[in-house]
Design a protein around this ligand. Structure first.
Ligand SMILES: [Mn+2]
Length: 384
């Protein structure tokens, strides 16, 4: 009879998003918790035998007690078996987020895989072999024990681990928490459920990273899923369905800009909205701007960026634009008084500044002068 599980990982509950200013951080924090309620609903709707959470359930050891209570309340909304694995963000130390959770009295349907001990599921027709992490970084393969792990005759063997499959990321350094790429074959696993990588990926035969159910970084386009896994037998190929659960899209774009009319430059920024994979309020956008523009173009871009920032959930600008005032613009600043003198001096500064930082400061000052000059020309008065 088919064994059916949900495989998920990297919930990172309590992730602070402190680098995201304003309300967006709070919205993203809240969403990470609410997606768990949707996973519970999926578990019920698809009638799975267990939900396997492959590590980094919590973002760290010091998440608030209130978050632990709320997590238990949400997990209780499905009364089937949850198996939670300690990962590198929430390792099973002597005192940890897990010992705190245990003291709060989780229901029997919530199993925390603190030890390298098989956990039977589906009335013993399958056994989950967990590889909990006890430290943030270890040079040893935590899944080595799976090769020799005992299991009842006839029971399917399902591995559950958190770490870096060897060879997945090219690096000269030794990776922490390495996992042998052929572990599933060596340990006779019908399926190997992994966490750590936040994108969804079939990394080897029978071996999957579920990815995080709610995206939280720009690197992975294929994040935001849970995996419904159906196992028909110890040698049958697993049937894996990626079910989308993510609400927010983390999108990266790069624009190379050259001097154009202000309207054209603003239109380039505006056009980004139509290229987003979802409604702007469901997008966290990192926008790199490269190239050179004049003062009027720069002002148009600033206004367009402000409109874009108001439309998307959060905008992270990586602004590398170089300011190249047109001769006409510099002439317009020549008022025969202090503004003209300052503008010429600042323009020289932008071209000869000894450091990138000083050049940026001089550009900012020049942009400010340009704004003030236009305000005065419109008769609005300084600072109005
Ligand atoms: Mn993680």
């Amino acid at each position: 009879m088919t064994i059916r599980i949900l495989h998920t990982a990297d919930w990172h509950l309590g992730a602070p998003f402190t680098w995201i200013s304003g309300d967006a951080g709070a919205v993203l924090r809240e969403r990470r918790i609410e997606v768990i309620r949707e996973i519970a609903a999926l578990a019920r709707a698809r009638q799975v035998d267990a939900v396997l959470v492959a590590g980094d359930v919590f973002d760290g050891q010091h998440v608030a007690d209130a978050l632990l209570d709320r997590t238990l309340e949400i997990l209780a909304s499905w009364d089937g078996l949850w198996i939670l694995l300690p990962g590198n963000h929430d390792p099973a130390r002597a005192e940890s987020v897990w010992t705190r959770l245990v003291r709060r009295g989780p229901p029997p349907s919530v199993r925390i895989a603190l030890d390298r001990a098989p956990i039977p599921i589906a009335e013993g027709r399958a056994v989950v072999l967990p590889a909990p992490l006890a430290d943030r970084r270890s040079p040893d393969d935590p899944t080595a024990w799976l090769d020799e792990a005992p299991s009842p005759t006839g029971a399917l063997r399902i591995g559950l681990a958190h770490g870096a499959v060897e060879g997945l990321v090219a690096t000269a350094q030794r990776v922490a928490n390495p996992i042998a790429r052929d572990r599933a074959a060596r340990a006779g696993l019908a399926y190997f459920a992994l966490g750590d990588r936040h994108g969804t990926l079939e990394v080897a035969a029978r071996t999957w990273y579920a990815g995080t159910p709610e995206p939280d970084e720009f690197r992975y386009r294929e994040a935001g899923n849970v995996l419904l896994v159906e196992l028909d037998g110890p040698t049958a190929a697993p049937r894996v369905e990626a079910i989308p659960t993510g609400r927010f899209h983390w999108v990266e774009r790069r624009l190379e800009l050259a001097p154009r009319t202000p309207a054209e430059l603003a239109a380039r920024i505006e056009a980004l909205r139509d290229e987003l994979p979802a409604a702007p309020e469901r997008c966290v956008l990192r926008l790199a701007l490269d190239g050179a523009v004049d003062l009027a173009g720069r002002a148009a871009i600033d206004e367009a960026l402000a409109r874009l920032a108001a439309a998307v959930r959060h905008l992270v600008p990586l602004d590398e634009l170089v300011l190249q005032p047109a001769e006409l613009e510099l002439a317009a600043l020549e008022d025969g008084g202090p503004i003209g003198v300052c503008a010429r001096a600042l323009h020289e500064r932008t071209r000869r500044a000894p450091s990138e930082e000083e050049r940026a400061v001089a550009e900012l000052a020049l942009r400010f002068l340009w704004q003030e000059r236009n305000r005065l020309a419109r008769g609005e008065g300084a600072g109005g």
